[in-house]
Design a protein around this ligand. Structure first.
Ligand code: ARG
Length: 400
C-alpha cells in the first residue's frame, strides 16, 4: 500500500480513533489527518468531539449531522424489507456504516484526500462494512486501518495517546463496548462475553426494566403510507421525530431488548445485547399491515427474500447490485401498504391488536362464519377435488 498524504478519518472522539490521528501522522507518515465525526442521533454533543480531534492533532475537524438521512434513506428501506438479521436484530449498527462510508468518500473527494481511514479492529463486522462500502463508492481511494494493524493492547494504546497529548479516559472506562445511534444501542464485552451470564441492568439505557414499567397498558396507533411510518396516534411526524417518540413509548414499557448469540461474517459467534425499541415495534406493525394489503403470493415471496436482504446489510453489501435490485422489488410491493396498525404496549410486550387500510384485501363477507357469509360453499367442493387430485393419485399408486 503506497503512502497517503491526506486522509479523512472517521472519528468518534473515543481513545482509539483519537490515537489514530498521531499514529497515522507519526508511524505512517500522513501529512494531514482530517477527521469526520458523524451525528446519527446518538445524543452526544458534537462540539467537544470536534475540538478533541483538533487537540489530538487533526489538521481539520469536520462534523456531519445526518440523522434525518439515516432514518429516511437507510432505516426506512430496511424497515420496508422487514430486515431482521437472524430473525432478531434490526441492524441498528449495521445500517449506519454505509452512510458513514458515503460521508467519508464525499469528504475525501471534496478535500482532495487520497485515502480514508477508520478505527475498526480486525475481529468485527464493521471493518467489512466500511471497506466494502468505500470500495463500492470510490474504488480508487485507499483505506487505512491503523487499529487493525497496530497490535497495541488497551493500556499501550492509552500510553501511546498520552505521548501526544490525548488524555487517558478520566473515569474508569466502561467494561462494555457500546455503539449507539437513534435506532438503538449495541452492547458487548465485559460480563456479557459469558453467554450464560444474565445482562446486568446497567447495560440498558433506552428501555425500562419490567419492574419499573407502568401497570396499565398503553395503545399506540401507527400510521403508514406506502410502507413508511408517517404518524403516531394520528399526529403526522417527520421520520426522526417518529422514531424518537416510538423509542420513548416502547422503552417506557420495557419493549425493545434483545439478547442474542449472533454469527459474525468473520466466522466468530458473539453475544450481543441490543436495545432497539422503535424499530422492533415498527417492523412488527409494518409486517402486519403487509399481511392485510398484499396478496398471498406477494406476501409469501417477499417473506422469503427478507432474510437475504437482512444478510446483505449485515455483511456490508448495502451498495451492491443485488440490494439495488431487491430494493426495486421491495419498493414496488409497498405501493398499497398504507393504513394504521394498533399496538398495545405492556410489561415488555408489544402486541398488535388491530389493523385497517383503505387497501385492505380482507373481506368480512368472505371470512365470516355468520349469516352474512357470501362464500360459495358449493364452489369449494370442485376446487378441493381438483386440488387433491395429485395426492389422490400418489396415494392410490402406493397401495398396489
Ligand atoms: N454486532 C453488531 C453488528 O455487527 C453490533 C456491533 C457494534 N459494536 C459494539 N460495540 N457492540 O452490527
Amino acid at each position: 500500500m503506497g503512502r497517503a498524504y491526506r486522509v479523512v478519518l472517521a472519528y468518534s472522539g473515543g481513545v482509539d480513533t483519537s490515537v489514530c490521528i498521531p499514529y497515522l501522522k507519526h508511524e505512517w507518515g500522513v501529512e494531514d489527518v482530517i477527521t469526520l465525526a458523524v451525528d446519527l442521533g446518538q445524543g452526544a454533543a458534537m462540539e467537544p468531539i470536534r475540538e478533541k480531534a483538533l487537540k489530538s492533532g487533526a489538521a481539520e475537524s469536520l462534523v456531519a449531522t445526518v440523522t434525518d438521512q439515516f432514518v429516511k434513506d437507510y432505516a426506512f428501506p430496511a424497515l420496508q424489507a422487514n430486515a431482521l438479521y437472524e430473525n432478531r436484530y434490526p441492524l441498528s449498527t449495521a445500517l449506519a456504516r454505509p452512510l458513514i462510508a458515503k460521508l467519508l468518500v464525499e469528504a475525501a473527494e471534496k478535500h482532495g484526500a487520497d485515502a480514508v481511514a477508520h478505527g475498526c479492529t480486525g475481529k468485527g463486522n464493521d471493518q467489512v462494512r466500511f471497506d466494502v462500502s468505500i470500495a463500492a463508492l470510490n474504488p480508487n481511494l485507499k483505506v487505512l486501518t491503523p487499529a487493525r494493524e497496530w497490535g497495541m493492547s488497551r493500556e499501550e494504546t492509552i500510553a501511546y495517546g498520552e505521548r501526544y497529548g490525548i488524555p487517558a479516559p478520566v473515569k474508569k472506562s466502561s467494561p462494555y463496548s457500546i455503539d449507539e445511534n437513534l435506532l438503538g444501542r449495541a452492547i458487548e464485552a465485559g460480563v456479557l462475553e459469558d453467554p450464560w451470564a444474565e445482562p446486568p441492568e446497567e447495560v440498558y439505557a433506552m428501555t425500562k426494566a419490567i419492574a419499573d414499567t407502568p401497570n396499565e397498558p398503553e395503545y399506540v396507533e401507527i400510521g403508514f403510507e406506502r410502507g413508511t411510518p408517517v404518524s403516531l396516534n394520528g399526529t403526522t411526524l417527520d421520520p426522526v421525530a417518529l422514531v424518537t417518540q416510538m423509542n420513548e413509548l416502547a422503552g417506557k414499557h420495557g419493549v425493545g431488548r434483545i439478547d442474542m448469540i449472533e454469527n459474525r461474517l468473520v466466522g466468530i459467534k458473539s453475544r450481543e445485547i441490543y436495545e432497539t425499541p422503535a424499530l422492533l415495534v415498527l417492523i412488527d406493525a409494518h409486517r402486519d399491515l403487509e399481511s392485510l394489503t398484499l396478496t398471498a403470493d406477494v406476501t409469501q415471496y417477499k417473506r422469503g427474500i427478507e432474510q437475504t436482504y437482512a444478510q446483505m446489510i449485515y455483511n456490508g453489501l448495502w451498495y451492491s447490485p443485488l440490494r439495488d435490485a431487491m430494493d426495486a422489488f421491495v419498493q414496488k410491493t409497498q405501493e398499497r401498504v398504507t393504513g394504521t396498525v394498533r399496538v398495545k404496549l405492556f410489561k415488555g410486550t408489544s402486541t398488535i391488536v388491530g389493523r385497517k387500510s383503505p387497501n385492505s384485501l380482507y373481506s368480512m363477507d368472505l371470512a365470516t362464519y355468520g349469516a352474512e357469509d357470501k362464500f360459495d360453499h358449493k364452489a369449494a367442493e370442485g376446487f378441493v377435488y381438483v386440488w387433491g387430485l395429485p395426492t389422490r393419485a400418489w396415494a392410490e399408486t402406493g397401495r398396489q
